[in-house]
Design a protein around this ligand. Sequence first.
Ligand code: HEC
Length: 198
Amino acid sequence: MDYQDPGFWRAGAISTTLVMLVVLAFLSIDSMAVITAGGRNVPNYDIINRHIDYRYDWSRRAAVPVIGGAEPLFGKTVSLAEASELMHTGKLVIQSRACMDCHTIFGNGAYYGPDLTKSWLDPAWQQIWMPMTGKATREEAMVEFLMHPDKYPTWNRAMPNLHLTQAEARATVAYLKWLSSIDTNGFPANFGPAARPQ
Ligand code: HEC
């Protein structure tokens, strides 16, 4: 082997790049299989028809979503196509109102308001917002809060009214419910009672 020959180093650089390209392609395809809705870690959008619980798993040392029986959002079972349409609208609401200027999802965004990844599972909906808004279900209380957050201040920081229509607020709630079903390895930490071993 002639280490003085530039061709040796060139061949090394080219072969390393090619091997790493193959590894990158493999990792990208594998990641897509994991993170796509309906993939290994992310339930499909029609999960919003089911009950979602959050329990501490001792073997994983983290809280994990537990999918239960039927619990249709707003009392109406939706098809996968209808659920996908709701997610599309929910995402557009979150983008168009720049919710991430104050909130985080999966830790991305700003830290003025609470992280929204598990917001659907927040016991405060039942404990504080349902009595406050006079609504009979969590999803209705969420819609009422999202449409008039300025009317229901709970902590020191207030959320402004971002003028969501009822359809937009309902789609956002659907999006937040789906989001909470994703196994995030216990992120965010210290979220609610499920974050602690019981
Ligand atoms: C200007 C900052 C700001 C913006 C923009 C904002 N929020 Fe908020 N949000 C807050 C604050 C602060 C709170 C906590 C207020 C409270 O509990 O009274 C909050 C609370 C919430 C909660 C309750 C979370 C929980 O589990 O306690 C939800 C859900 C929520 N916001 C969703 C949204 C969505 C969806 C958008 C975009 C449409 C949005 N927010 C835009 C500041 C903001």
